[in-house]
Design a protein around this ligand. Structure first.
Ligand code: FAD
Length: 291
Protein backbone atom coordinates (compact mmCIF):
# COMPACT_ATOMS: atom_id res chain seq x y z
CA UNK A 1 0.00 0.00 0.00
CA UNK A 2 1.25 3.47 -0.83
CA UNK A 3 1.80 5.66 2.21
CA UNK A 4 -0.16 8.50 0.62
CA UNK A 5 -3.25 6.24 0.90
CA UNK A 6 -2.58 5.80 4.63
CA UNK A 7 -2.13 9.55 5.13
CA UNK A 8 -5.49 10.18 3.42
CA UNK A 9 -7.32 8.03 5.99
CA UNK A 10 -7.45 10.94 8.45
CA UNK A 11 -6.69 8.79 11.47
CA UNK A 12 -3.76 9.02 13.85
CA UNK A 13 -0.79 7.00 12.60
CA UNK A 14 2.30 5.69 14.33
CA UNK A 15 5.17 4.19 12.34
CA UNK A 16 8.47 2.60 13.35
CA UNK A 17 11.96 2.51 11.89
CA UNK A 18 14.36 -0.40 11.62
CA UNK A 19 17.85 -0.60 10.17
CA UNK A 20 19.46 -3.45 8.19
CA UNK A 21 22.41 -5.49 9.49
CA UNK A 22 25.93 -4.55 8.42
CA UNK A 23 27.01 -8.17 7.98
CA UNK A 24 25.54 -11.57 7.15
CA UNK A 25 26.40 -12.92 10.59
CA UNK A 26 23.78 -10.77 12.37
CA UNK A 27 21.15 -10.90 9.63
CA UNK A 28 18.91 -13.38 11.47
CA UNK A 29 19.06 -11.46 14.76
CA UNK A 30 18.15 -8.20 13.03
CA UNK A 31 15.43 -9.88 10.98
CA UNK A 32 13.85 -11.27 14.14
CA UNK A 33 13.86 -7.82 15.78
CA UNK A 34 12.25 -6.26 12.70
CA UNK A 35 9.58 -8.98 12.67
CA UNK A 36 8.77 -8.32 16.34
CA UNK A 37 8.30 -4.66 15.44
CA UNK A 38 6.11 -5.57 12.45
CA UNK A 39 3.93 -7.77 14.70
CA UNK A 40 2.93 -4.60 16.56
CA UNK A 41 1.09 -3.65 13.35
CA UNK A 42 2.30 -0.06 13.04
CA UNK A 43 0.94 2.12 10.21
CA UNK A 44 4.15 1.33 8.33
CA UNK A 45 7.77 0.35 8.94
CA UNK A 46 10.63 2.23 7.34
CA UNK A 47 13.86 0.39 6.62
CA UNK A 48 17.01 2.52 6.44
CA UNK A 49 19.77 2.22 3.88
CA UNK A 50 23.30 1.66 5.16
CA UNK A 51 25.64 4.60 4.54
CA UNK A 52 27.38 4.12 1.19
CA UNK A 53 24.88 1.47 0.09
CA UNK A 54 26.84 -1.54 1.37
CA UNK A 55 23.71 -3.12 2.83
CA UNK A 56 21.27 -2.31 0.04
CA UNK A 57 20.35 -5.98 -0.40
CA UNK A 58 19.36 -6.28 3.26
CA UNK A 59 17.19 -3.16 3.12
CA UNK A 60 15.16 -4.77 0.38
CA UNK A 61 15.05 -8.22 1.99
CA UNK A 62 13.80 -6.81 5.29
CA UNK A 63 11.26 -4.45 3.72
CA UNK A 64 9.92 -7.26 1.50
CA UNK A 65 9.74 -9.75 4.39
CA UNK A 66 7.79 -7.39 6.68
CA UNK A 67 5.39 -6.51 3.90
CA UNK A 68 4.77 -10.07 2.69
CA UNK A 69 4.75 -11.87 6.04
CA UNK A 70 2.85 -9.34 8.16
CA UNK A 71 1.00 -7.23 5.59
CA UNK A 72 2.54 -4.10 7.09
CA UNK A 73 3.36 -1.42 4.48
CA UNK A 74 7.07 -0.67 4.24
CA UNK A 75 9.14 2.31 3.19
CA UNK A 76 12.56 1.38 1.77
CA UNK A 77 15.25 4.07 2.04
CA UNK A 78 17.63 4.71 -0.85
CA UNK A 79 20.65 7.03 -0.94
CA UNK A 80 22.44 8.28 -4.04
CA UNK A 81 25.52 10.33 -3.17
CA UNK A 82 28.15 7.67 -3.79
CA UNK A 83 26.27 5.85 -6.58
CA UNK A 84 26.40 5.82 -10.34
CA UNK A 85 23.22 6.26 -12.37
CA UNK A 86 23.45 2.61 -13.45
CA UNK A 87 23.60 1.41 -9.83
CA UNK A 88 20.60 3.52 -8.88
CA UNK A 89 18.57 2.30 -11.85
CA UNK A 90 19.51 -1.26 -10.94
CA UNK A 91 18.30 -0.67 -7.36
CA UNK A 92 15.07 0.87 -8.57
CA UNK A 93 14.47 -2.25 -10.66
CA UNK A 94 15.25 -4.51 -7.69
CA UNK A 95 12.77 -2.56 -5.57
CA UNK A 96 10.07 -2.95 -8.19
CA UNK A 97 10.76 -6.69 -8.40
CA UNK A 98 10.52 -6.95 -4.60
CA UNK A 99 7.09 -5.29 -4.70
CA UNK A 100 8.24 -2.18 -2.84
CA UNK A 101 5.76 0.68 -3.26
CA UNK A 102 7.32 3.39 -1.07
CA UNK A 103 10.81 4.84 -1.34
CA UNK A 104 12.55 7.36 0.88
CA UNK A 105 14.80 9.26 -1.54
CA UNK A 106 17.89 10.57 0.23
CA UNK A 107 21.20 12.04 -0.68
CA UNK A 108 23.20 10.33 2.11
CA UNK A 109 25.90 11.88 4.23
CA UNK A 110 29.10 13.26 2.75
CA UNK A 111 32.13 11.20 3.78
CA UNK A 112 35.61 12.86 4.02
CA UNK A 113 36.60 10.96 0.84
CA UNK A 114 33.60 12.35 -1.03
CA UNK A 115 34.18 15.87 0.28
CA UNK A 116 37.70 15.90 -1.13
CA UNK A 117 36.67 14.41 -4.48
CA UNK A 118 35.84 16.34 -7.66
CA UNK A 119 32.11 17.19 -7.46
CA UNK A 120 31.82 17.46 -11.23
CA UNK A 121 32.24 13.67 -11.36
CA UNK A 122 29.28 12.98 -9.03
CA UNK A 123 26.24 11.47 -10.70
CA UNK A 124 24.01 12.88 -7.93
CA UNK A 125 24.63 16.00 -5.86
CA UNK A 126 21.37 16.25 -3.96
CA UNK A 127 18.31 14.18 -3.13
CA UNK A 128 16.33 16.18 -5.68
CA UNK A 129 18.46 14.56 -8.43
CA UNK A 130 17.49 11.10 -7.17
CA UNK A 131 13.80 12.04 -7.01
CA UNK A 132 13.95 13.29 -10.61
CA UNK A 133 15.73 10.09 -11.66
CA UNK A 134 13.12 7.84 -9.99
CA UNK A 135 10.38 9.79 -11.75
CA UNK A 136 12.24 9.55 -15.07
CA UNK A 137 12.63 5.76 -14.64
CA UNK A 138 8.83 5.44 -14.79
CA UNK A 139 8.73 3.43 -11.52
CA UNK A 140 5.41 3.94 -9.79
CA UNK A 141 6.66 4.62 -6.25
CA UNK A 142 5.27 6.87 -3.57
CA UNK A 143 8.37 9.00 -2.85
CA UNK A 144 9.30 10.50 0.50
CA UNK A 145 12.15 12.81 1.48
CA UNK A 146 13.93 14.10 4.58
CA UNK A 147 13.53 17.51 6.19
CA UNK A 148 15.22 19.29 9.06
CA UNK A 149 13.27 21.40 11.60
CA UNK A 150 16.62 22.65 12.98
CA UNK A 151 18.14 23.18 9.49
CA UNK A 152 20.40 20.71 7.69
CA UNK A 153 23.98 21.14 9.01
CA UNK A 154 25.30 22.07 5.54
CA UNK A 155 22.77 24.86 5.00
CA UNK A 156 23.84 28.39 5.82
CA UNK A 157 20.32 29.41 6.81
CA UNK A 158 16.78 28.06 7.11
CA UNK A 159 15.35 30.04 4.20
CA UNK A 160 17.87 28.40 1.85
CA UNK A 161 17.18 24.95 3.31
CA UNK A 162 13.41 25.40 2.86
CA UNK A 163 13.92 26.65 -0.71
CA UNK A 164 15.74 23.40 -1.53
CA UNK A 165 13.04 21.41 0.29
CA UNK A 166 10.42 22.97 -1.96
CA UNK A 167 12.49 21.85 -4.98
CA UNK A 168 12.30 18.24 -3.71
CA UNK A 169 8.52 18.47 -3.37
CA UNK A 170 8.17 20.06 -6.81
CA UNK A 171 10.29 17.20 -8.24
CA UNK A 172 7.82 14.60 -6.94
CA UNK A 173 8.36 14.07 -3.21
CA UNK A 174 4.93 13.26 -1.73
CA UNK A 175 5.69 13.41 1.99
CA UNK A 176 8.55 14.46 4.27
CA UNK A 177 9.87 12.81 7.42
CA UNK A 178 11.74 15.05 9.85
CA UNK A 179 15.08 14.64 11.51
CA UNK A 180 14.70 13.90 15.23
CA UNK A 181 14.04 16.83 17.56
CA UNK A 182 13.49 17.05 21.31
CA UNK A 183 11.54 20.28 21.57
CA UNK A 184 8.18 20.24 19.78
CA UNK A 185 8.12 24.04 19.47
CA UNK A 186 10.94 23.73 16.93
CA UNK A 187 8.69 21.49 14.83
CA UNK A 188 5.72 23.86 15.08
CA UNK A 189 7.87 26.84 14.00
CA UNK A 190 9.24 24.80 11.10
CA UNK A 191 5.76 23.75 10.00
CA UNK A 192 4.61 27.35 9.95
CA UNK A 193 7.57 28.35 7.76
CA UNK A 194 7.29 25.51 5.27
CA UNK A 195 3.54 25.92 4.86
CA UNK A 196 4.19 29.62 4.20
CA UNK A 197 6.75 28.57 1.57
CA UNK A 198 4.01 26.60 -0.22
CA UNK A 199 5.01 23.09 0.92
CA UNK A 200 1.71 21.31 1.52
CA UNK A 201 2.65 17.59 1.52
CA UNK A 202 2.20 15.55 4.75
CA UNK A 203 4.99 16.08 7.28
CA UNK A 204 5.84 13.10 9.47
CA UNK A 205 7.65 14.22 12.63
CA UNK A 206 10.40 11.78 13.66
CA UNK A 207 10.72 11.13 17.39
CA UNK A 208 13.75 9.35 18.84
CA UNK A 209 13.28 7.67 22.23
CA UNK A 210 16.59 8.07 24.04
CA UNK A 211 16.81 5.00 26.23
CA UNK A 212 20.42 5.11 27.41
CA UNK A 213 22.78 7.92 28.31
CA UNK A 214 25.40 6.98 25.67
CA UNK A 215 22.79 7.49 22.96
CA UNK A 216 22.51 11.18 23.88
CA UNK A 217 25.95 12.15 22.58
CA UNK A 218 25.52 10.05 19.44
CA UNK A 219 22.10 11.52 18.72
CA UNK A 220 23.33 15.10 19.09
CA UNK A 221 26.42 14.43 16.96
CA UNK A 222 24.24 12.87 14.26
CA UNK A 223 21.43 15.37 14.20
CA UNK A 224 22.79 18.53 15.86
CA UNK A 225 19.49 18.60 17.76
CA UNK A 226 18.85 21.06 20.56
CA UNK A 227 18.47 19.37 23.97
CA UNK A 228 15.95 21.18 26.20
CA UNK A 229 16.87 21.60 29.87
CA UNK A 230 13.97 19.30 30.81
CA UNK A 231 15.61 16.52 28.81
CA UNK A 232 19.12 17.23 30.14
CA UNK A 233 17.81 17.02 33.74
CA UNK A 234 16.31 13.64 33.00
CA UNK A 235 19.64 12.32 31.65
CA UNK A 236 21.53 13.82 34.63
CA UNK A 237 19.19 12.20 37.10
CA UNK A 238 18.62 8.78 35.50
CA UNK A 239 21.53 8.36 33.04
CA UNK A 240 23.55 6.09 35.33
CA UNK A 241 20.64 3.69 35.93
CA UNK A 242 19.87 1.80 32.69
CA UNK A 243 16.33 0.75 33.64
CA UNK A 244 15.36 4.16 34.98
CA UNK A 245 16.85 5.92 31.92
CA UNK A 246 14.95 3.62 29.58
CA UNK A 247 11.67 4.25 31.37
CA UNK A 248 12.26 8.01 31.48
CA UNK A 249 13.32 8.13 27.80
CA UNK A 250 10.20 6.25 26.71
CA UNK A 251 8.03 8.55 28.84
CA UNK A 252 9.69 11.64 27.30
CA UNK A 253 9.13 10.35 23.73
CA UNK A 254 5.53 9.41 24.58
CA UNK A 255 4.92 12.88 25.95
CA UNK A 256 6.35 14.44 22.76
CA UNK A 257 4.10 12.23 20.60
CA UNK A 258 0.94 13.01 22.58
CA UNK A 259 1.68 16.72 22.31
CA UNK A 260 2.16 16.36 18.52
CA UNK A 261 -1.18 14.56 18.11
CA UNK A 262 -2.88 17.08 20.40
CA UNK A 263 -1.61 19.88 18.15
CA UNK A 264 -3.03 18.44 14.96
CA UNK A 265 -0.22 16.18 13.71
CA UNK A 266 -1.69 13.04 12.22
CA UNK A 267 1.36 10.86 11.59
CA UNK A 268 4.31 10.35 13.91
CA UNK A 269 7.38 8.25 13.10
CA UNK A 270 9.38 6.64 15.90
CA UNK A 271 13.09 5.99 15.44
CA UNK A 272 12.70 2.63 17.14
CA UNK A 273 16.17 1.38 16.08
CA UNK A 274 15.51 -2.40 16.09
CA UNK A 275 14.25 -2.26 19.68
CA UNK A 276 10.89 -4.07 19.76
CA UNK A 277 10.50 -3.58 23.53
CA UNK A 278 10.81 0.19 23.17
CA UNK A 279 8.39 0.28 20.22
CA UNK A 280 5.92 -1.89 22.13
CA UNK A 281 6.00 0.29 25.26
CA UNK A 282 5.46 3.48 23.29
CA UNK A 283 2.58 1.92 21.42
CA UNK A 284 1.06 0.64 24.67
CA UNK A 285 1.33 4.13 26.18
CA UNK A 286 -0.80 5.38 23.27
CA UNK A 287 -3.28 2.50 23.17
CA UNK A 288 -6.41 4.56 23.87
CA UNK A 289 -5.20 7.42 21.70
CA UNK A 290 -4.48 5.35 18.59
CA UNK A 291 -7.98 3.93 18.22
P1 FAD B 1 19.38 16.87 0.41
O1 FAD B 1 17.92 17.06 0.32
O2 FAD B 1 20.14 16.77 -0.86
O3 FAD B 1 19.96 18.09 1.27
C1 FAD B 1 21.32 18.08 1.73
C2 FAD B 1 21.80 19.54 1.81
O4 FAD B 1 21.93 20.09 0.49
C3 FAD B 1 20.87 20.48 2.57
O5 FAD B 1 21.66 21.42 3.23
C4 FAD B 1 20.06 21.13 1.45
O6 FAD B 1 19.55 22.41 1.82
C5 FAD B 1 21.13 21.25 0.35
N1 FAD B 1 20.57 21.23 -1.00
C6 FAD B 1 19.55 20.46 -1.46
N2 FAD B 1 19.35 20.71 -2.78
C7 FAD B 1 20.26 21.64 -3.15
C8 FAD B 1 20.57 22.29 -4.38
N3 FAD B 1 19.86 22.03 -5.49
N4 FAD B 1 21.59 23.20 -4.39
C9 FAD B 1 22.31 23.45 -3.27
N5 FAD B 1 22.06 22.87 -2.07
C10 FAD B 1 21.05 21.97 -2.02
N6 FAD B 1 21.18 8.43 5.61
C11 FAD B 1 21.52 7.19 5.17
O7 FAD B 1 22.68 6.95 4.78
N7 FAD B 1 20.58 6.18 5.11
C12 FAD B 1 19.29 6.36 5.51
O8 FAD B 1 18.48 5.44 5.45
C13 FAD B 1 18.90 7.66 6.00
N8 FAD B 1 17.62 7.91 6.39
C14 FAD B 1 17.27 9.18 6.80
C15 FAD B 1 15.94 9.45 7.15
C16 FAD B 1 15.56 10.71 7.60
C17 FAD B 1 14.12 10.98 7.97
C18 FAD B 1 16.54 11.74 7.72
C19 FAD B 1 16.15 13.10 8.24
C20 FAD B 1 17.86 11.49 7.36
C21 FAD B 1 18.25 10.23 6.89
N9 FAD B 1 19.57 9.94 6.50
C22 FAD B 1 19.91 8.68 6.04
C23 FAD B 1 20.61 10.97 6.60
C24 FAD B 1 20.69 11.82 5.29
O9 FAD B 1 21.25 11.03 4.28
C25 FAD B 1 21.59 13.02 5.60
O10 FAD B 1 20.96 13.90 6.52
C26 FAD B 1 22.15 13.77 4.40
O11 FAD B 1 23.19 14.65 4.87
C27 FAD B 1 21.14 14.64 3.66
O12 FAD B 1 20.24 13.89 2.97
P2 FAD B 1 18.98 14.62 2.25
O13 FAD B 1 18.30 13.59 1.47
O14 FAD B 1 18.21 15.40 3.23
O15 FAD B 1 19.80 15.62 1.27
Amino acid sequence: MKLTEIFKQKKLCLSFEVFPPKTDSVFDTVKTATEEIARLRPSFVSVTYGAGGGTSRYTLEIAKNINEKYGVPTLAHLTCISSTRETVRERIRAMQEAGIENVMALRGDLTPALESSDRSTWAYRHAVDLIADIKESGADFCIGGACYPEVHPESSNQAEDIRHLKEKVDAGCEFLTTQMFFDNNLLYNFLYKIREAGITVPIIPGVMPITNANQVKRAIALSGSFMPQRFKSLVDKFGSSPDAMKQAGIAYATDQIIDLYANGIQNVHVYSMNKPDVAEKIQANLSDILV
